[in-house]
Design a protein around this ligand. Structure first.
Ligand SMILES: Cc1cc2nc3c(=O)[nH]c(=O)nc-3n(C[C@H](O)[C@H](O)[C@H](O)COP(=O)(O)O)c2cc1C
Ligand code: SF4
Ligand code: SF4
Length: 363
């Protein structure tokens, strides 16, 4: 731990020791599981979506999809069992409870939130793919709870600016985004059957493939929102957390990476964030928040950049040569060279080179 660095953040009046949140999912599906994650450097934990009654997902309900996950997981122990477990829960990090209003209608969800507040929730949150339910549940919960109220938005909401305004008028304290993206499908080529077991075999995509979508969304939300924003979607390392914060997030949620790599990922990311801040001479993450918006305001477009290879960094692996659609990179007598007149300046080689031997244009 690097002691001069302060990773703590204030999320709608609740202090988190660091910005990392375990978002809703199977790792927060019971008190026992929550306690295991709380042993790691996590800033807050959000429960899996709490339903009225116990529910089970048909097998299989969570499978790898490229580097991400496709899930059809709606399993839950039910509201009464949750209340019992949460009253026994012993953790030092703030607990956030989630009720999904697609399973529990807004009127009941607001009542659930009042009880969950009494069970120890520091923040109550709601998620739904139907945003009208979110507006309704926030205004109902505002009458029933004193703790901050958060919502998690689904991907690709139209009229985002207006929705944020309506949520803020209804009394929302923080906005998280985003939920998994879908529906999606994967098929077993031996049988032709879907790999997931739910209706139609469909599921929702999470993990690294959705990071760029989530980052764009967070940048848009934080452009409009007055309340703090929590960035969720595809986060698996400190670089992803930094991007979320630069896009405007106050805190950052993840779930798929904690499933695929284990909850020790929170310790690794927190320590990597500290190293990054020390290395760059920053004291806290607030100095980086919304950096993207400041850079966009001063940025102009570039049309004349062409790739060039720094021979002292190049190991001759040939990845850039194979990925150049223009055939502009060739192996010369003294290493890889770019035929500048052929190069279109697209940038693929910059991001495929594992050695950082091809620098992007200076901005
Ligand atoms: C297996 C699984 C189950 C999930 N269950 C819930 C849920 O019960 N409620 C909810 O709001 N989001 C749920 N999510 C969505 C995550 O909280 C998160 O918004 C999404 O997966 C994107 O983050 P990630 O890429 O870090 O996983 C689930 C995600 C996964 C992978
Ligand atoms: S910038 Fe694009 S076109 Fe130019 S060398 Fe790299 S991959 Fe080829
Ligand atoms: S990808 Fe990078 S290291 Fe590999 S040959 Fe190209 S410039 Fe060299």
């Amino acid at each position: 731990m690097v002691s001069s660095i302060d990773l703590s953040v204030d999320l709608a009046g609740v202090r988190l020791a660091n910005p990392l949140i375990l978002s809703e999912g199977p790792l927060s599906g019971s008190a026992r599981l929550i306690e295991k994650v709380a042993e790691h450097r996590v800033g807050a934990i959000i429960t899996k979506s709490i339903r009225q009654e116990k529910a089970q997902s048909p097998n299989l309900y969570m499978i790898k999809a490229g580097r991400g996950l496709l899930n059809a997981d709606w399993s839950d122990m039910g509201f009464k069992a949750w209340c019992h477990e949460l009253r026994q829960l012993q953790i030092k990090v703030p607990l956030i409870t989630n009720v999904a209003t697609n399973h529990v209608p807004p009127r009941e969800a607001a009542e659930f939130a009042a009880v969950l507040q009494d069970c120890g929730a520091s923040i109550v949150t709601f998620s739904d793919y139907e945003v009208e339910n979110l507006v309704e549940v926030v205004s109902r919960a505002r009458q029933r709870v004193q703790v901050p109220i958060m919502v998690k938005l689904p991907p690709f909401v139209p009229n985002l600016n207006r929705l944020i305004q309506r949520l803020e008028e209804a009394g929302v304290s923080a906005i998280a985004a985003m939920d998994a993206v879908g529906p999606g499908l994967l098929i077993d080529i031996e049988t032709g059957a879907p790999l997931l077991g739910g209706p139609g075999g469909s599921g929702y995509l999470s993990g690294p493939p959705i990071l760029p979508l989530a980052l764009h969304y967070i940048a848009e939300i934080s452009r409009h929102a007055k309340v703090p924003v929590v960035g969720v979607g595809g986060v698996g390392g400190y670089q992803d957390v930094l991007q979320m914060i630069m896009a405007g997030a106050t805190a950052v949620g993840l779930h798929s990476a904690a499933i695929l790599q284990g909850p020790g990922i929170f310790d690794k990311i927190a320590s990597d964030l500290e190293q990054y801040l020390v290395g760059k001479g920053f004291q806290n993450l607030g100095q980086l928040r919304r950096l993207l918006h400041r850079r966009l305001a001063e940025q102009s477009e570039i049309y004349d950049w062409r790739a060039s290879i720094r021979q002292e960094l190049c190991n001759g692996c040939g990845l850039c040569l194979r990925s150049c659609f223009k055939g502009a990179i060739n192996e010369g007598a003294h290493g890889m060279v770019v035929a500048t007149e052929e190069c279109a300046g697209c940038g693929v080689c910059v991001t495929t080179c594992p050695r950082g031997a091809i620098a992007p244009p200076a901005r």
